[in-house]
Design a protein around this ligand. Structure first.
Ligand SMILES: CC(C)(COP(=O)(O)OP(=O)(O)OC[C@H]1O[C@@H](n2cnc3c(N)ncnc32)[C@H](O)[C@@H]1OP(=O)(O)O)[C@@H](O)C(=O)NCCC(=O)NCCS
Length: 200
């Protein structure tokens, strides 16, 4: 049974998608899908099938504190993937991939609305959900901001992608609090020295 988003945000010009948990039983399908496209902003942006099946078999997508969901159009057509991890911790993390021909159509925003609701309603221990990306991944940051996430960190030269550290680029971290999500708030980050943390 697909899990429909409980609070779908469908931007104008987009189309509705649904979300279905990816079963380890179909690991070859998952590996073939990962190898079928290019994933900018991931360390290995063009994995081969052999690399991808290795990830699946090593437990990158399933296992303790991890869940993976297909993003599906018209009930069957896979257009993206959500990876959730650290679900047993207080801060859960996620990665998101949308197929090339479906990017920029509002699917990312629907996916983040779904996963945020799913994690907070399913994993009671999780108080924060966080996502990290490269500073030049503007699309992902727009999705996060539109979904109520707040920028919490800017890591200078924090994205290692080549041997030469002088070429490493900045990384950024965004998060949403359970408290904010429940009350439809956006708690600001207290950047000033000595300023109180979240006041509630
Ligand atoms: C990043 C990603 C998940 C975003 O999902 P998406 O479905 O494409 O995003 P949406 O269509 O919901 O929104 C994208 C927003 O960014 C904008 N955008 C897209 N590409 C952009 C670019 N290169 N520069 C500036 N803005 C851009 C869109 O216009 C849209 O803005 P809007 O909300 O003001 O209309 C998707 O593009 C993707 O899978 N990219 C490759 C892998 C990746 O980067 N994953 C994230 C790693 S953490």
């Amino acid at each position: 049974m697909p899990n429909e988003p409980t609070n779908p945000t469908i931007p104008s010009g987009s189309f509705p998608v649904s979300f279905r948990e990816a079963s380890l039983e179909y690991k070859h399908e998952l590996a073939a899908w990962l190898a079928s496209d290019t994933w900018p902003n991931f360390t290995n942006s063009k994995p081969s099938y052999d690399v991808a099946i290795g990830w699946v078999e090593r437990g990158v997508f399933h296992g303790d504190g991890r869940k993976t969901f297909w993003i599906v159009r018209d009930r069957h057509h896979k257009v993206g993937l959500i990876q959730l991890y650290d679900l047993n911790d207080s801060t859960a993390m996620f990665d998101l991939r949308i197929n090339t021909q479906y990017r920029g159509m509002g699917i990312g925003r629907q996916a983040v609305a779904f996963l945020t609701s799913y994690v907070f309603t399913t994993f009671r221990r999780v108080t924060r959900i966080e996502a990290n990306t490269r500073v030049d991944n503007v699309a992902m940051q727009k999705v996060l901001l539109a979904s109520g996430y707040v920028k919490e960190a800017h890591y200078r030269a924090g994205w290692h992608y080549e041997d030469d550290p002088s070429r490493w680029i900045d990384a950024v971290a965004y998060a949403i609090l359970r408290y904010d999500w429940m009350h439809n708030l956006t708690s600001p980050v207290p950047w000033e020295l000595g300023q109180a943390a979240v006041d509630k």
